[in-house]
Design a protein around this ligand. Structure first.
Ligand code: NAD
Length: 370
């Protein structure tokens, strides 16, 4: 196997990150070979800004092909047919989408609709017998997520979350270093992710479509990152909310600081906001070393340093890696790097507890039995 194929295979598996430093750092170079024989055939549901980003990134995929689209806007479907060479028979609207079950040319539907529609859309796609990849946050709460997992299991379809960082090379290297013991016993984590929210009329500020505010949208990265930085599951949480603009953020949270307590005694100190920019970092420190990623969760390029110096992982479009990674997992029956519905549930249990803590004035919420 040549080094590029070897690289891709290791990357999609989420292993072998040490070899990456020797490789050229551009996506085009790394992705310049032919497409694989087997392809995961993907339809995107919700042709908004993220759906479009995924469609563009999939042009470079080796194992996944965009073949279908679901939208309530006929003009968007027309546009996508031309732009991405999608046949008319693979296009649906939200009323006809259940007919996708009769379409043998689509394997998986990637749901990129607003947060609070994920629950309904995942159930619809599972009922149609197609594998599901659903954007974050998986749902509004843990209760919905449990139901989504059960329905997918019963339907015999795979259910993954668009946790793209788990395919990103710097993040993979951080996880590898922690698992290899290179950081020693983990002592502390400090993660944050936020930005200044713009348009006051966007769905992200409406509870019925967003489920919540900054926490649901991007705080989830800090939380998920604390779990992969420690390799542990939190046992308690505390959270505090501040709101400087109660008009704009009438329905959803603006800024939340939260703390996660882990069984080893590590406390992760985290934050999220819709109120200011340049707030993005993952920092994990152990007895033997540290990793700092900043930017850590956005499209990047992700940059990092460790106790050994600057990190030198390749910069590759996250959505390209994610889609090839998901294709490899499904087509070749590989283990997934913690992006299953069950992982989404672990995060939603914590999110529920964070909101509960805020409602109770910052009370410590124990997670056992949640
Ligand atoms: P968007 O508003 O640009 O796109 C949402 C799409 O859903 C639009 O095409 C819209 O027409 C469609 N839609 C269907 N029913 C709708 C309804 N009832 N109300 C409003 N829109 C409806 O939003 P986006 O930024 O693309 O976000 C979509 C999802 O992708 C969200 O869950 C978000 O969290 C996620 N996302 C993930 C990332 C990431 O990096 N993983 C980045 C951005 C967004």
């Amino acid at each position: 196997m040549d080094s590029r194929r070897d690289f891709l295979q290791k990357l999609t598996l989420g292993i072998g990150a040490t070899a990456l430093t020797d490789l050229p750092a551009t996506a085009r170079e790394l992705y310049s070979g032919p497409k694989a024989d087997k392809q995961l055939r993907v339809a995107i549901m919700g042709l908004g800004s993220y759906g479009t980003r995924v469609a563009e990134a999939m042009k470079d995929c080796k194992m996944a092909t965009l073949v279908g689209a679901v939208s309530g806007t006929p003009a968007k479907l027309e546009d996508w047919k031309k732009k991405y060479n999608i046949p008319a028979k693979n296009t649906y609207n939200y009323e006809t989408v259940s007919k996708i079950k009769d379409n043998p040319d689509i394997d998986l539907v990637y749901i990129t609709t607003p947060n609070s529609l994920h629950y309904k859309h995942v159930l619809q796609i599972a009922a149609a017998g197609k594998h599901v990849l659903c954007e974050k946050p998986v749902a509004d709460n843990a209760k919905q997520t449990r139901e989504m997992i059960a329905v997918c299991e019963k339907a015999g379809v795979k259910f993954y979350i668009g946790y793209r960082m788990h395919f990103e090379p710097h993040t993979r290297e951080l996880i590898r270093m922690r698992e290899a013991g290179e950081l020693g016993k983990i002592m502390h984590v400090n993660n944050y992710m936020g930005f200044k929210s713009g348009d006051p009329n966007q769905w992200r500020l409406k509870k019925a479509l967003a489920g919540g505010g900054a926490m649901m949208d991007v705080g989830i990265y800090a939380l998920n990152g604390a779990r992969y930085a420690t390799g542990e599951e939190p046992i308690w949480v505390t959270a505090q909310e501040t709101k400087t603009d109660p008009v704009k953020f009438k329905e959803v949270d603006e800024t939340i600081m939260f703390q996660l307590g882990f069984p080893s005694g590590v406390v992760a100190s985290c934050g999220t906001t819709y109120n200011f920019n340049n707030y993005e970092r993952l920092y994990v420190i152990g007895e033997k070393g540290f990793v700092e990623l900043s930017p850590a969760f956005s499209y990047g390029p992700i940059k990092g340093r460790t106790h050994n110096g600057p990190m030198n992982q390749p910069v590759i479009t996250h959505q390209t890696l994610q889609m090839d990674g998901i294709a490899d997992i499904i087509l070749n029956n590989k283990p997934d790097p913690n992006v299953s519905g069950a992982e989404g549930l672990k995060d939603m249990i914590v999110v529920d507890a964070l909101y509960e803590s805020i409602r109770k004035g910052g009370a410590k919420i124990m997670l056992a039995g949640k």
